[in-house]
Design a protein around this ligand. Structure first.
Ligand SMILES: [Fe+2]
Length: 443
C-alpha cells in the first residue's frame, strides 16, 4: 500500500470545537479566486432508525450491467433477501432473491446486509419495489439506454447539514445516475455512522443508482486485525466489479447510455505490476468508442491540484496510470479528496494537451472536515476555475460529440451554475487518434 494509507485513524480524534476554531481562522483569510461569502462549518447529522428491526433500512441501488440493478439494504433482525418489484405501485409482478452477510468490527456487529440483483429492466422506466416483504415501498427510474444522459457527480459527501443541503440541491432537478468519487460516510471506524449515513442518503440512493468508488475514509484498516481495510465499505457498498472482469470491489467499470466509466481505486495497488493496472489496461482495450463515445475516469486523490490541501497525494497514481488514460483518449477525470471545486483544462503530463482528459476536483459534498480554503498562487495556467464552496456537479452528455458540465454552489438557487462549459468528445476528434497507439474503431 502507498503512503496515503497512513491517514485513516487520524480523522475522528480532533474535537468539533478545535475544528470550528480552525475554520473560523481560515475564513478570515482571503481565499480562492472568485469573490464569494465562504460557507462555514456545519455539524454532523445523526439519522436515527425509525422502522422496526426486521424492516429494511439504508436502501440503495446500483447498476449491474445494462439491464439489471442491485438493491442493497440492512435489517437489524432476520429478514429474507428478497425484492418484489413491478411497474405499478403496490403491484409487484416480479420477485428476486439474493444474499445477505454481516461483519464484525471490534465490538460492533453490523445488521444483515442484503444484496439482490433484479431485472432485466426496461430503460428510462419507473419501477416500484419492496425489500424483505416488509416496510415502505420505494421506487426508482432506470437510466436511458442511449444518449442523452445526466450524471450528478459529487465527492466527499459525509453526513453534515451541508451534506443534506447538497443532496437537496441534487434532488431539485432530475438526473439519471449519481457518481461518487470516494469518501462516503466519514464514519472513520465509528461503525454506527455507516448506518446513519445509509439512512441519510436512502431517500436519494433508493431512487437513482449510486455508483461509488473508495476514498481514504473508507479504508478503516487496523494492523493484524483488519490489515486489508474496507470491511464496512465492501460489505455495504458492493459495486458491479465482476461484470467488468475486475477481481476487487475497489475498482471496476460500467457502461450506461454511450458512456464508459472507469471507477478507479486510489487506495489499492496501482503500479504497473498491480492487478488494478493490468485490469485497467485490459478494460481500456475493450472499449468500443462507436458504442460508448464518452470515456470518464473517477479517482479519489486528484492527479492535478492547486489547492494547498493534499498536495502530491495523487502523484504516484498519476505517474503509474496517466499514460494509459491519455492513450485511450479518456475525456474527463473526476476526483474528490480536496474539499473544494477546481476545473482544469485538458492535460497530459503537466502540460496543456488538447488530446488529454479535462480534470475536475469535486470533493465539496459537505463533509465534517469543512472546506479546503487556500489555493496556491500564482495560479497555474492549467487551472481554469477554483473555489472552496460546497456544491455538486452535473454532466449532461447530450450526444456523441457534446456534453455540458455545470458546477452548482449550495448557496445559490437551483438554476444557478457557478461554472459551466460545453465539452467536445475526443472520440470524434480525429487528430487525437492519429498519434494514439491504441486502435480506434474507425469513427
Ligand atoms: Fe479523501
Amino acid at each position: 500500500m502507498k503512503e496515503k494509507m497512513a491517514r485513516p485513524f487520524s480523522m475522528f480524534s480532533s474535537s468539533l470545537l478545535l475544528h470550528a476554531m480552525i475554520i473560523c481562522t481560515m475564513l478570515s483569510q482571503s481565499q480562492g479566486d472568485n469573490e464569494f461569502v465562504r460557507q462555514p462549518f456545519r455539524p454532523i447529522i445523526h439519522t436515527p432508525h425509525h422502522r422496526s428491526e426486521a424492516e429494511p433500512q439504508q436502501v440503495h441501488i446500483s447498476l449491474v450491467g445494462k439491464e439489471h440493478v442491485r438493491v442493497s439494504w440492512v435489517t437489524e433482525k432476520h429478514a429474507e433477501s428478497v425484492v418484489e418489484y413491478g411497474m405499478a405501485s403496490g403491484k409487484y409482478t416480479e420477485k428476486a432473491t439474493g444474499e445477505h452477510s454481516s461483519y464484525q468490527f471490534f465490538f460492533y456487529r453490523s445488521g444483515r446486509i442484503h444484496h439482490v440483483v433484479i431485472g432485466p429492466l426496461k430503460p428510462s422506466t419507473a419501477y416500484f419495489y419492496r425489500c424483505s416483504a416488509s416496510g415502505p415501498e420505494f421506487s426508482f427510474k432506470t437510466p436511458p439506454d442511449s444518449l442523452p444522459i445526466e450524471f450528478v457527480v459529487v465527492g466527499d459527501l459525509g453526513q453534515t447539514e451541508w451534506t443534506a443541503s447538497t443532496l437537496k440541491h441534487v434532488d431539485s432537478r432530475d438526473y439519471d445516475v449519481f457518481v461518487l468519487p470516494g469518501d462516503l460516510s466519514y464514519a472513520d471506524t465509528q461503525q454506527p455512522l455507516w448506518d446513519s449515513f445509509g439512512r441519510l442518503v436512502e431517500p436519494y440512493a433508493s431512487q437513482r443508482p449510486w455508483m461509488v468508488t473508495q476514498g481514504n475514509h473508507e479504508i478503516e484498516s487496523f494492523p493484524i486485525i483488519f490489515p486489508d481495510g474496507f470491511r464496512a465499505y465492501n460489505s455495504r457498498w458492493r459495486m458491479p466489479y465482476e461484470e467488468s472482469s475486475s477481481t476487487s470491489n475497489l475498482y471496476y467499470s460500467f457502461e450506461v447510455a454511450g458512456t464508459h466509466i472507469l471507477m478507479l481505486g486510489s487506495y489499492t495497488h496501482f503500479d504497473v505490476d498491480s492487478d488494478q493496472y493490468k485490469w485497467l489496461r485490459a478494460d481500456l482495450a475493450k472499449i468500443e468508442r462507436r458504442r460508448t463515445p464518452w470515456v470518464i475516469a473517477i479517482v479519489h486523490a486528484p492527479w492535478y491540484n492547486t489547492n494547498d490541501a493534499h498536495q502530491g497525494e495523487g502523484e504516484s497514481m498519476r505517474q503509474a496510470m496517466e499514460e494509459l488514460l491519455y492513450k485511450a483518449r479518456v475525456d474527463l477525470v473526476f476526483a474528490g479528496h480536496v474539499h473544494a471545486y477546481e476545473r482544469f483544462t485538458r492535460i497530459y503530463d503537466n502540460e496543456a494537451d488538447s488530446c488529454g482528459p479535462m480534470y475536475v476536483t469535486i470533493g465539496d459534498g459537505g463533509n465534517r472536515e469543512g472546506l479546503a480554503l487556500t489555493f496556491k498562487n500564482p495560479r497555474s495556467p492549467l487551472s481554469l476555475y477554483r473555489e472552496p464552496s460546497f456544491g455538486h456537479g452535473r454532466l449532461r452528455i447530450v450526444n456523441e460529440t457534446h456534453a455540458h458540465w455545470a458546477w452548482h454552489r449550495n448557496n445559490d438557487s437551483d438554476a444557478f451554475m457557478a461554472d459551466n462549459l460545453w465539452i467536445h468528445s475526443l472520440s470524434t476528434t480525429k487528430s487525437c487518434w492519429e498519434s494514439s497507439s491504441v486502435p480506434h474503431d474507425e469513427l
